[in-house]
Design a protein around this ligand. Structure first.
Ligand code: FES
Length: 107
């Protein structure tokens, strides 16, 4: 089982193949997903501090470029399927933003 390390928070065993956003939320990590996991809002973005988040898809690359998020370590957690250990830092949270997280992304 891959491990997810969240900067400043706990670490936990992730479910391999499951979206990172769901692995985070289901393990008590505050993360937004305002568009429901459709690569539209970028509120689920995380900084990848260590590990291989896998290749970036066209939809993810397009919205990150459109929003001016050009740092290659910034990824959308709704577009990542966990397959190895990762160290991540959520960037937007419900607690910080005052927003509701959004609809749960599909598995
Ligand atoms: Fe909206 Fe990931 S881009 S939830």
């Amino acid at each position: 089982m891959p491990m997810i390390y969240v900067e400043g928070r706990d670490s936990f065993e992730a479910e391999e193949g499951k979206k990172l956003v769901l692995n985070l939320e289901d393990n008590g990590i505050d993360i937004l997903h305002r568009c429901g996991g459709n690569a539209k809002c970028t509120t689920c973005r995380v900084e990848i501090l260590a590990g291989d988040a896998g290749p970036i898809g066209e939809a993810e690359a397009t919205i990150l470029y459109a929003k001016g998020l050009s740092d290659s370590n910034i990824r959308l957690s709704c577009q990542i399927r966990v397959h190895t250990d990762l160290t991540v830092k959520p960037i937007m949270t419900a607690a910080d933003s005052g927003m509701e997280p959004g609809n749960r992304p599909q598995d």
